[in-house]
Design a protein around this ligand. Structure first.
Ligand SMILES: Cc1ncc(COP(=O)(O)O)c(C=O)c1O
Length: 403
C-alpha cells in the first residue's frame, strides 16, 4: 500500500487506492422474490387501492408495534400531516419540535398554518431535550413532536408528563425508529400518535409510504377520514353495503397508500425482526471497533433505550483531528464509503431563516453537533465485507488525520 512521507497510508482522495472499488450507499432497500410475488398478485387482483391489503397491513402493523390502531398514509410526511391535523393544530397554535431532524417534522406544523417552535437537543442522543422543550411551552402550545433521532427513542415519559400537565398532544416522529424499544415497549405503542416512514432506506419499505399508530379510537377515525379527502366511508365500505352515499365531513387530502404498496409492506413486515437484528449487529460491530479511535465519537445509547439503528451517526472530535468534517467526509467518499450527513438543523434552512428570522447560535447543541456529524452506511442488507470496508476506511482516514 502506498505510504506518505509521514508513514501514513495514502488516502484515495489524494490519489491512493480506495478501500473498495464500488460505492457502498449509506442506506438501501432489500427486496426478495416473495416481495415481488406479493406485489404481482395484487396487481392481478380486483383492488389496486382502497382494497383488502390496506386493512391487512394496518392490522398486522398495529399488532407488531402493540398499538390499537394503525392508519396508513402515502408517505411519512403525509402521516405527519395527518397527525398534526388530528391533534387539532391550526392558525395561532404552536408545536414544539427538534431542530435535529428532516424538514418534514417541522413542515407538517406549517401545513396546518401553526407555528413550529424549536427547542435544543440533548448532547448525548441529539434527541429533543424535554427540559428545553418544557421552557418553550406557552398558552398557545398544542403539541410536542419529539423525534427518535437515528432510531434512538425520545424521552417519552417526560414528554407524556408534559402532555398531561399542559393538555398537549405528543406526536412521536418515529420515522427512524420502527422496532425501537423504550423501557421495553415498542415505539408506536407509547405516544398519543406515532408516525413511521416506509421510504426505501427505512427498516421496512413500501416504496413511499407511512403509518400513524395510536391507542385513541377518535384519533384513528379522524386520521382515516383525513387521508381520504375527509370522506367518512371508503369505496370498499360502500361496495360491501351496496350503497352509494357518502359525506365529506372535513377538508382532507388523498394521502392513501395503495394495495400494491401494502402487499409489499405485509411481506416486509415478516422480515422486520431479522432486519432489526442485523442492524443491531452492525451497530455493535461499529461501536466496539470505533470506541477507541481518537477523533471518533460513537452514538450514545441511554439505558432505557434499545435503538432501531436507522442511522449510525458518528461525531468527530475535531480537537483530535487535523481535518474538519467536510474533509473527512470527502476522504471517506473517495474511499467509496457512501457517508451522509443527518441533519442540517431545520432552523438553518433558507426557508426557515427567511420566514422566521432564525439566526445561527440559537440552538447551539444541534448546531455544534451538525458540524461534526457523519452518518456511516447502515442497512440490513449489508454484507460482512461491506461492514469491514467501513471499519477499514474509518481506521484509515482517522489515523491519517490524527493529531
Ligand atoms: C425524521 C423524519 N421524519 C419524517 C420523514 C418523512 O418521511 P417520508 O420520506 O416517508 O415522507 C423522514 C424521512 O426520511 C424522516 O427522516
Amino acid at each position: 500500500m502506498p505510504l506518505t512521507s509521514t508513514g501514513r497510508e495514502q488516502l484515495a482522495v489524494d490519489g491512493g487506492t480506495p478501500v473498495r472499488k464500488t460505492l457502498l450507499p449509506y442506506g438501501r432497500q432489500s427486496i426478495d422474490e416473495a416481495d415481488i410475488q406479493a406485489v404481482v398478485e395484487t396487481l392481478k387482483s380486483d383492488w389496486l387501492t382502497t382494497g383488502p391489503k390496506v386493512e391487512e397491513f394496518e392490522q398486522a402493523f398495529a399488532n407488531w408495534v402493540g398499538a390499537r390502531h394503525a392508519v396508513s398514509f402515502s408517505s411519512g410526511t403525509a402521516a405527519l400531516h395527518g397527525a398534526t391535523f388530528t391533534a387539532g393544530l391550526g392558525p395561532g397554535d404552536e408545536a414544539i419540535t427538534s431542530p435535529m431532524t428532516f424538514a418534514a417534522t417541522a413542515n407538517c406544523i406549517l401545513y396546518q398554518n401553526a407555528t413550529p417552535v424549536f427547542a435544543d437537543v440533548s448532547f448525548d442522543t441529539l434527541n429533543l431535550d424535554s427540559q428545553q422543550a418544557a421552557q418553550k411551552i406557552t398558552t398557545r402550545t398544542k403539541a410536542i413532536l419529539p423525534v427518535d433521532y437515528a432510531g434512538h427513542p425520545a424521552e417519552l415519559d417526560s414528554f407524556l408528563e408534559l402532555g398531561e400537565k399542559h393538555g398537549l398532544t405528543i406526536i412521536e416522529d418515529a420515522c427512524h425508529a420502527l422496532g425501537a424499544e423504550y423501557r421495553g415497549q415498542r415505539a408506536g405503542s407509547i405516544a398519543h400518535m406515532t408516525v413511521f416512514s416506509f421510504h426505501p432506506v427505512k427498516h421496512l419499505t413500501t416504496g413511499e409510504g407511512g403509518m400513524v399508530t395510536t391507542n385513541n379510537v377518535k384519533f384513528a377515525e379522524t386520521l382515516r377520514c383525513f387521508r381520504n379527502h375527509g370522506i367518512d366511508r371508503d369505496a370498499r365500505d360502500r361496495q360491501k353495503t351496496g350503497g352509494w352515499f357518502y359525506e365529506m365531513t372535513l377538508l382532507g387530502f388523498n394521502y392513501r397508500l395503495t394495495d400494491i404498496a401494502c402487499a409489499l409492506g405485509i411481506q416486509q413486515l415478516g422480515k422486520l425482526e431479522a432486519n432489526l437484528a442485523r442492524r443491531r449487529e452492525i451497530a455493535a460491530r461499529y461501536s466496539a471497533t470505533f470506541r477507541d479511535i481518537p477523533g471518533v465519537i460513537t452514538p450514545y445509547v441511554r439505558p432505557e433505550a434499545n435503538p432501531a439503528w436507522h442511522l449510525y451517526p458518528i461525531r468527530l472530535d475535531l480537537s483530535r483531528l487535523s481535518a474538519n468534517r467536510t474533509e473527512v467526509f470527502r476522504a471517506l467518499r473517495a474511499e467509496n464509503i457512501g457517508v451522509n450527513v443527518h441533519y442540517i438543523p431545520v432552523h438553518q434552512h433558507l426557508y426557515y431563516r427567511e420566514r422566521f428570522g432564525f439566526q445561527d447560535g440559537e440552538y447551539p447543541v444541534a448546531e455544534v453537533a451538525y458540524e461534526r456529524l457523519i452518518s456511516l452506511p447502515m442497512f440490513h442488507g449489508m454484507e460482512v465485507s461491506d461492514v469491514e470496508d467501513v471499519v477499514s476506511a474509518i481506521h484509515k482516514v482517522a489515523s491519517y488525520y490524527a493529531r
